[in-house]
Write a protein that binds this ligand. Structure first.
Ligand code: CA
Length: 232
């Protein structure tokens, strides 16, 4: 397992590198956003630890660019712990975040959880799910397809959509979605689910399917909309 550490403070990068080595992970370190993209291009990584405040390119921008071509797990390291900053990171495509100052042991636990979830997503569910006649959810390729065309989604967006899509269709509360899709260790709150759903809808919606095949059940949560009819 190889981690890309993107962090402009050498002392923090050193600590992360030391703990990662103890866990048996290989690491490479980039001290700014441009260096991160260079390393990303010439090597392959299983997970990215990405500082949000970086010289040259912001962590959000680095995240967007990596995410444009890859579903690699990305954990944001942020000194800005406000809900809006966290949501901005998730919007950029991060899977998880850790607020500075953090305990290196806690960070490593999040890394393990993220890698495990990724492995589970690849190993455990093999059958392709269908939503209505046009949407396919393919766990083998971690891909959502509309009319056979892959839609670019993040890993967490994929996990949430596929959780909702597993038959029989039922209504899920936000808490249940977090637990079932992202696991008990996921340190999320209700609004993060709304953010993931909003992003999924942005990617899937079209005239006649403005809700992106995800129905809001007011006062409760969400369910998959496989009716094939216009949402009310
Ligand atoms: Ca920084």
């Amino acid at each position: 397992m190889k981690l890309l550490i993107v962090e402009d403070e050498p002392a923090i990068a050193d600590v992360i590198g030391a703990y990662a080595a103890r866990e048996g992970y290989q690491t490479r370190w980039a001290a700014d956003g441009e260096a991160a993209l260079e390393l990303w291009k010439d090597d392959s990584f299983d997970l990215v630890l990405l500082d949000l405040m970086l010289p040259k390119l912001t962590g959000e921008e680095v995240c967007r660019r990596i995410r444009a071509g890859s579903g690699v797990p990305i954990i944001m390291l942020t000194a800005r712990g406000s809900e809006n900053d966290i949501i901005a990171g998730l919007d950029a495509g991060a899977d998880d975040y850790v607020v500075k100052p953090f305990s290196p042991r806690v960070l490593m636990a999040r890394v393990r959880a993220c890698l495990r979830k990724n492995g589970d997503a690849q190993d455990d569910m093999k059958s392709i799910l269908r939503v209505g006649s046009r949407i396919e959810v393919d766990p083998n390729r971690v891909e959502i397809r509309k009319d056979g065309q892959p839609i670019s989604v993040t890993r967490n967006e994929f996990l949430i959509f596929s959780t909702l899509a597993v038959p029989p269709v039922r209504t899920w509360s936000r808490d249940d979605i977090i637990r079932a899709a992202l696991g008990d260790e996921y340190d999320g709150f209700d609004r993060t689910v709304d953010t993931y759903i909003k992003n999924l809808r942005k990617k899937l919606a079209e005239p006649g399917h403005e809700n992106g095949w995800i129905q809001t059940v007011h006062g409760f949560g969400y369910k998959i909309d496989d009716s094939g009819k216009d949402p009310s």
